[in-house]
Design a binder for this molecule. Structure first.
Ligand code: NAP
Length: 308
């Protein structure tokens, strides 16, 4: 089996940008994704801070542009290939999927992250029956209904605004009295009459029979519990990194995010990490794409030094 120059795992903005740069460096490049290209872009309605797109661009459109761009420079994209394990065989990385195994001289791990769970009673039971982690996917099912959004970051506030397109009312439930989202989004939320912030409250349970009917909330200041009738609940409380298959080859933070240097190098020579899976200050589409570019150029440099 001939080895790829670069195997990229994850076809979000980081992986696709890495594919553009690796392809343009004339490296034999494959990008594996567990689903289809786009990563979290696919669950984002509108991106309004990606440089150059001053009128905004939908997550789907941007992912399509990135996919076409990576393929234009020769990267091969393989969908539906969740990676189960990664090992070293001498100097080569062996990447296993359900479809078999492939080998690469370098590996760029850009597998992103998945939504964190609240881990309260009712959450797992009502997934798809009122509990959702994706407003773009499920928002339209809640036309003229009452929903709750959980979280106080950029995702929660942006998705609460998006849900007002459909829902008659959106409760925005946050565990503190201050949101952490950027001010421009907080101001939009304040101006939106459909959104009602519910502060200093945590969800104790999600209740219903066939579908979600209510939330039990606990006041973090007084300890008092109350019942809030809702038809749906959208949970945006952050993400966890997809790191398991490479965890033995990298150093991570306590939360599991991969530690790299500025050139996206991990502790294993030839293994680079890029995008949301990496420990860094700012997690945005533009910084994910930048990570991917740096990782691909570092892989190029690594191969040149090794192979001459
Ligand atoms: P985040 O910034 O980590 O915010 C998570 C929110 O959920 C916080 O408000 C946190 O509360 C709350 N939370 C965490 N665990 C909780 C729990 N168990 N119960 C209740 N609440 C809980 O996550 P994010 O909003 O998904 O954003 C992730 C990254 O992507 C951030 O860097 C963000 O800036 C970026 N992002 C950017 C954009 C954009 O620029 N347009 C859009 C989306 C996301 P505390 O505040 O009390 O910690």
């Amino acid at each position: 089996m001939k080895a790829w120059d670069v195997i990229i795992v994850g076809a979000g903005p980081a992986g696709l940008a890495a594919g553009i740069y690796a392809g343009r460096s004339q490296l034999k490049t494959v990008i594996l994704d567990q689903m289809m290209p786009g990563g979290q872009l696919l669950i984002t309605e509108q991106i309004e801070n990606y440089p150059g797109f001053h009128d905004g661009i939908t997550g789907f459109e941007l992912s399509e542009k990135l996919r076409v761009h990576a393929e234009k420079f020769g990267a091969v994209i393989e969908n539906g290939q969740p990676v189960s394990s990664v090992d070293l065989d001498g100097n080569l990385f062996v990447v296993r999927t359900e479809g078999g195994e492939i080998k690469g001289k370098t590996l760029i791990w850009a597998a992103g992250s998945i939504a964190k769970k609240l881990n309260v009673p009712g959450e797992a039971e009502f997934i798809g029956r009122g509990v959702s982690y994706c407003a773009v996917c499920d928002g339209a099912f809640f036309k003229d209904r009452v929903v709750a959004v959980i979280g106080g970051g950029d995702s929660a506030l942006e998705e609460a605004l998006y849900l007002t397109k459909f829902a008659s009312k959106v409760y925005l439930i946050h565990r503190r009295d201050k949101f952490r989202a950027v001010k421009i989004i907080q101001d939009r939320v304040k101006r939106n009459e459909k959104i009602e912030p519910v502060l200093n409250k945590v969800v104790v349970s999600i209740n219903g029979t066939q579908f979600v009917e209510s939330l039990t909330l606990k006041d973090t200041m007084t300890g008092e519990t109350t019942e809030l009738p809702v038809d749906g609940v959208f949970i945006f409380i952050g993400n966890e990194p997809n790191v398991a298959p490479v965890v033995h080859l990298v150093e991570t933070t306590e939360q599991g995010f991969i530690i790299t240097d500025e050139e996206m190098r991990t502790k294993t020579p030839g293994l680079f990490a890029a995008g949301d899976v990496r420990h860094k200050f700012l997690k945005q589409v533009v910084t994910a794409a930048a990570d991917g570019a740096v990782a691909a150029m570092s892989a190029t440099k690594y191969l040149e030094e090794k192979e001459g």
